[in-house]
Design a protein around this ligand. Structure first.
Ligand code: HSE
Length: 336
């Protein structure tokens, strides 16, 4: 399986290490031999049709800050040129999410699908802004579009609802889908002010470079869009989500909730409406998880409510979701 990797940040580097360390068992257990034939970051690119040396790639990035130093004799080409010119089967899109125009990820994904490449995206931006049309484009071009890591990181939330609950009718769901705000709210419940809790979360490296994505509910809203499309068959995008973030919450709001044995959590819900908003939930509700954890409760017609809890972010966790998607793609294409 020949792969082009867009972006070489924490998740992509974790993926490179994961593939490197699992070479023999991926082959013996699944018959899969993933080869990264091209990679680019914001400063340059590296490519080799017979597969890049992943250990060297990670070391070069660590030492020089870009994959460009992998082989300086190579001509620098843009990400899009790489997608056009390299012979590959799968594109993995890991560049940063943005919810204004979703670029450059949107162009990477569209170009790759038009060229007949299957796509795995951990970048939420393109899906949040254009899920229905991207799915149509994938179908039209007879390629697979997978995105396990966009909701729940390594925790297989999408897979659970789509496959484990197959045949069921999911009536509604609600979840904590943003670990950063959950960490801040957990610390506010322990007595920290919003500003102190935010600084602590920043020091721990949890907060997105653009803090608004976490604090104003955009990240949670993007995940809600993906769930609503994939699980409920709705054709919605970011503009269909009502969202209120956590900036206006005060310690008094948190204390008032505590007096009722409740906690304030940033909840993304799909009921008769799609909403992201801080709400009070009972402390003994399985959904009421603390710290950076994510949790989601699905309520189905026959099997009742089930909650899935896990880590919703992290390099290696999210890399494991990409591996899941790669195996899924391999299984699907081996049927044809
Ligand atoms: N900023 C996100 C979070 C990262 O805190 O959950 C994972 O999407």
């Amino acid at each position: 399986m020949r792969i082009i990797l867009c972006g070489f940040g924490v998740v992509a580097q974790s993926l490179a290490k994961l593939l490197e360390s699992r070479t023999s068992d991926l082959y013996s257990k699944y018959g899969m031999k993933p080869r990264i034939v091209g990679v680019f970051d914001s400063k340059g690119c590296a490519y080799d049709n017979s597969g890049l040396d992943l250990k060297k790639l990670v070391n070069v990035k660590k030492e020089f800050g870009s994959v460009r130093a992998y082989d300086k004799s190579q001509k620098i080409i843009s990400g899009l040129d790489m997608i056009h010119n390299l012979d590959a089967d799968v594109l993995i899109e890991t560049t940063a999410s943005n919810y204004k125009d979703a670029e450059p990820g949107m162009s990477h994904i569209i170009t790759a699908m038009k060229k007949g490449l299957h796509v795995i995206s951990v970048n939420k931006g393109p899906l949040a802004l254009a899920f229905p049309s991207l799915m149509e484009l994938a179908t039209y071009n007879q390629v697979l579009l997978r995105f396990s890591g966009t909701v729940g990181g390594g925790t297989p939330i999408l897979d659970y609802a789509k496959n484990s609950l197959r045949g069921e009718r999911i009536i509604s769901f609600q979840g904590i889908l943003n670990g950063t705000t959950n960490y801040i709210l957990t610390n506010m419940a322990k007595g920290l002010s919003f500003n102190d809790a935010l600084s602590d979360a920043k020091n721990k490296g949890y907060v997105e470079a653009d803090e608004s994505l976490d604090l104003d509910g955009l990240d949670a809203a993007a995940k809600l869009v993906i769930l609503a499309n994939w699980i409920m068959g709705l054709k919605v995008t970011m503009k269909d989500i009502e969202k209120i973030g956590i900036r206006k919450l005060t310690s008094k709001d948190i204390d008032d909730a505590a007096k009722k044995s409740c906690s304030v959590k940033l909840i993304a819900s799909c009921n008769d409406k799609l909403v992201v908003s801080p709400i009070e939930i009972k402390n003994d509700d399985p959904l009421c998880v603390d710290g950076t954890l994510n949790a989601i409760s699905f309520t189905s017609e026959h099997s009742g409510t089930q909650t899935i809890i896990g880590r919703g972010a992290g390099g290696i966790e999210t890399a494991s979701s990409i591996l899941r998607d790669l195996l899924d793609i391999r299984k699907e294409i081996s049927k044809t």
